[in-house]
Write a protein that binds this ligand. Structure first.
Ligand code: IMP
Length: 432
């Protein structure tokens, strides 16, 4: 038995969904602990593509329990849509695999509308959010007038009362600040009632459920969304998401003690991508950037936006290792680098003439950072069919060894394609 946290080390889109789906073979329970349907996980199973936004990626395996913890913000419309799609694709009763925290906050129509209105008002300075209402939903939570999944189980007049308080605030903002139509209380209430009738059996007090899994000796996999550099505290603020993407939050936001965790894995893409605005020192606007974008299929699963691409950034990666206390990394998309004559890696930044090896807190400083690059000889072979790590081209192995040496931890797996099979597992934390 082992309890493993898996998080993204970059700006999201590291390929976490595939790794979670893969590792779920050895876990009984998979937990999402933060974010909402701003996440986008693409899974390819036996050639079929599945796009998930809210439901944990472990859902594709029958019999696995998938938990949505208190730190997640839940859009019930999306949840129900995903349940329906997955049900149609798999022929299974998806709801019976789900456990939804009664403490998780809801994303309502007014949150989505506020997210989009704010982005419009910001104009050039927009954050480039996914427009899913994530930020406003976390705002409501912190302001302490948010609605929670558990409120769906309350008497009708209690639910109505809570919604009235929230919509009074939101409609004031929508009408007076953003010049928009108000959101109808009756409409939202009807939608909530309809959704409640379906999800009610899955709503639970998650910390007790988690204690029960631990007691039974079931293995738990905690699935992070977004990535370290999008963290609300340590990321490139304000160009971040509104939750804590840190490994430590896996425990806080699912009600489990930190002492229960056995291994923390950071997913690292072999190069870097970023969606939305904000500084990105390793960004490439040339043919190599184009190669990464095209060969890596770097289009957002959630928004369809093209991702910005660049070399691997070791300054950022060392920061992620430190922030999350990583035990190992899962290196993804190594195959995308095939065919590049030269591969570069950013070892340090040059900031106003001075070489620095730390990740600055100020986005103005980060925007001025120039990457200090080291070069590696590339490889031309297609490696997407290789199943044995030792069979990788020497230059590919050198690249992996360099990364491991620089961060002082090992790659527990190397992924060379989107399919489950295209993975070389070198160490499995669930099988120790
Ligand atoms: P929000 O989370 O929708 O508020 O968006 C804030 C920032 O986080 C934007 O730059 C988004 O593009 C980025 N973001 C949010 N979720 C993801 C994700 O799952 N992958 C990559 N970027 C994300």
């Amino acid at each position: 038995m082992a309890n493993v946290v898996l998080i993204g080390t970059q700006w999201g889109d590291e390929g976490k969904g595939k790794i979670v789906d893969l590792l779920t073979e050895w876990a009984e329970v998979v937990v999402r602990f933060q974010g909402g349907n701003n996440a986008g996980h693409t899974l390819v199973i036996e050639g079929q593509r599945y796009a998930l936004h809210l439901i944990p990626s472990g859902i594709m395996r029958p019999g696995k329990t998938c938990v949505i913890g208190s730190g997640v913000v839940v859009d019930l419309k999306i949840l129900l849509e995903e349940i329906e799609i997955l049900k149609a694709q798999s022929g299974r009763d998806i709801l019976s695999q789900l456990v939804l925290s009664d403490e998780a906050h809801l994303i309502l129509e007014s949150h989505r509308r506020l997210d989009q209105a704010r982005e419009r008002q910001r104009g050039e300075a927009k954050i480039g959010t996914t427009g899913r209402g994530i930020g406003p939903a976390y705002e409501s939570k912190m302001a302490r007038w948010g609605l929670r999944l558990g409120d769906l189980l309350a008497p009708q007049e209690v639910l109505r009362g809570r919604l009235e308080v929230l919509l009074e605030q939101h409609n004031l903002l929508l009408e007076k600040i953003y010049g928009e139509e108000p959101v109808s209380l009756e409409l939202v209430l009807d939608e909530l009632k309809e959704a409640a009738a379906i999800v009610r059996p899955a709503i639970k007090k998650v910390p007790y459920a988690m204690a029960n899994y631990l007691e039974k000796g079931e293995s738990i996999l905690f699935e992070g969304a977004q990535g370290t550099l999008l963290d609300i505290d340590h990321g490139t603020y304000p160009f971040v998401t509104s939750s804590s993407t840190m490994a430590a939050n896996a425990c806080a936001s699912s009600g489990v003690g930190v002492t229960s965790i056995n291994e923390v894995i950071g997913v690292v893409k072999a190069y870097t991508t970023r969606v939305g605005s904000g500084p990105f020192p390793v960004e490439l606007d040339d043919q190599v950037g184009e190669h990464l974008s095209v060969c890596g299929g770097e289009v957002g699963t959630t928004t369809g936006r093209l991702r910005r691409c660049g070399w691997l950034d070791m300054v950022a990666l060392r920061y992620a290792v430190l922030l999350n206390g990583l035990d190992s990394i899962a290196l993804t998309k190594l195959d995308v680098l095939s065919g590049l004559k030269t591969i570069k890696v950013c070892e340090a930044y040059r900031l106003r003439g001075e070489v620095i090896d730390y990740f600055p807190s100020s986005i103005e400083d980060l925007a001025e950072c120039e990457p200090v690059l080291v070069e590696f000889e590339g490889w031309s072979e297609d490696i997407s069919g290789i199943l044995d790590y030792e069979m990788l081209p020497e230059n590919a192995k050198k690249y992996v060894s360099y990364i491991e040496e620089k961060i002082g931890i090992k790659a527990m797996l190397v992924s060379v394609g989107p399919d489950r099979e295209q993975t070389m597992i070198r160490h499995n934390p669930f099988l120790i």
